[in-house]
Each structure stands twice: as structure tokens, then as C-alpha cells.
Design a protein around this ligand. Structure first.
Ligand SMILES: [Zn+2]
Length: 82
């Protein structure tokens, strides 16, 4: 993967937002840049999972044709993959 998107998640210890690559949050013991607490990557699992699902959804939307119907004027079912 040539590009890794950065995300921001709240620190479980101090509630400050941490803006880092996803892999950083997956480390076993990332250190919060704000409070220097040693965190456990698993503390971010639920949030990361939710983010990934949200990203999948937005990618699906990007791939879907913009606007439904009227694209080719055909009334046949199956037009535009509908
Ligand atoms: Zn912190």
C-alpha cells in the first residue's frame, strides 16, 4: 500500500485526539503523544473496525454511479446495473 491514510482517535487515557497512521494504532504498545501513556493497540480495535467499515461504505458510494436512473434513457430492467 503506497499510501496509508491517517486517522484521529481519542486517547483512552487523556481524551486528546491522536492523529496517526492506522498501523500506529495497531501497534502493541503505542505511546500517546499527549500524555505519554503507554496504550494497548487493542483499546482502539473497536474504533478502528468502525472506521474501516465507514471507509468501505464511502468507497462503495464512490464506485456507484452518481444518480440513479435516466443515465441511458432505457426503461429495461438491468439498465445501469439496477
Ligand atoms: Zn493520552
Amino acid at each position: 500500500m503506497p499510501f496509508e491514510s491517517k486517522i484521529s482517535l481519542g486517547c483512552p487515557a487523556c481524551d486528546e485526539l491522536i492523529y496517526r497512521e492506522m498501523s500506529w494504532f495497531r501497534k502493541n504498545f503505542p505511546t500517546c503523544p499527549h500524555c505519554q501513556q503507554t496504550l494497548r493497540g487493542e483499546q482502539f480495535d473497536a474504533a478502528l473496525h468502525a472506521l474501516e467499515q465507514a471507509m468501505d461504505l464511502s468507497i462503495d458510494e464512490m464506485l456507484a454511479p452518481a444518480g440513479h436512473g435516466g443515465c441511458c434513457g432505457s426503461k429495461k430492467s438491468g439498465c445501469c446495473g439496477q
